[in-house]
Design a protein around this ligand. Sequence first.
Ligand SMILES: [Zn+2]
Length: 121
Amino acid sequence: MTLSKKQISEFNTILSDLHRDLSAQVESGKAATDTVVLDQSKVGRLSRMDAMQQQKMAQSTLRNITSRLQLVNVALAKMNAGDYGFCDECGEVIDPGRLTVQPEAPCCFACQSQQEYHPQS
Ligand SMILES: [Zn+2]
């Protein structure tokens, strides 16, 4: 069963909101990782190790947000192309329940599980 036009437009709204939120988070995340570097001389009682640890965490958070934002961008592009809701890998319809939880999901659950067992990176 494919998504109805109503569902598609609902997901379009969700993805657009997500895109805006994530973009804002990337911006503030970049600012956070920059701040740690710039403020190393005036971190006060924070040791250099703590500062580096914090920066690592900020960077890893930023990486997660950035990669999610990329998926959202891909999903929005698929939306424009009329391909939204179909798995990138096998072309099958992605379960709408799955899209509700993860609207940016690029592939169905079966393909996603396989990718997790065989990560490309
Ligand atoms: Zn699939």
